[in-house]
Design a protein around this ligand. Sequence first.
Ligand code: GAR
Length: 228
Amino acid sequence: MAQARKLRVGVLLSGGGTNLQALLDACADASFPAEIALVVSNNEDAFGLTRARRAGVETAVLDHRPYAKREEFEADLDRLLRGHDVEVICLAGFLRVLTEGFVEAWRDRMLNIHPSLLPAYKGLHTHARALADGVATHGCTVHFVRPALDDGPLVVQAEVPVEPGDDVDSLAARVLTREHAIYPLALKLLGDGRLKVVDDHVRIDGAPGPLRLGWESVDAADPHGRAS
Ligand code: GAR
């Protein structure tokens, strides 16, 4: 049977890239509806670049520091992505604030993963803040990006229990296991054409989103996002 055309994804990162790795692993499955066309980092030392090269994926380094203006950096970033026929961007630990112009140019075509159950704990230090508040349930979210920080239509969320004795590192590690499950899952939903944004809320197969997965969910444990 002829291979269906895959969604071309550009991943932006600044660091270790464990979420990139989860996406690469998912894309290695012939039936996955997306492929990573390009990985871009603003940091030439990002280990995520090594992960991409190992997987045979093209990489680019675009250092933001020589640019006087954010818009100029983003214009080159945009050119790079479009030059590789990228259709969808996945932010995966990209430590640059993006301007409204760039975000709107990729409206409903740019996903981000954030280590909290949005809208709770936008911004930094999410695990420390959740621990300080004594919440019983924390988690992570994949969402479409909007200009405001960590804002936008929620696609998939995974709940993660806070255990007695947790510290930031133990909680972050537990959340990360779920990040690696839900990012491929969200990308699969997008690639399969099952996501639609209506009135700035996600609908999945026509039903109101987000998809919210409990800790015990078997689907969430599937690193290849094969859940239907
Ligand atoms: C992830 O935990 C991701 O949720 C977080 O950066 C980390 C990147 O890790 N992103 C944000 O906080 C965005 N607001 P990785 O490089 O191992 O994928």
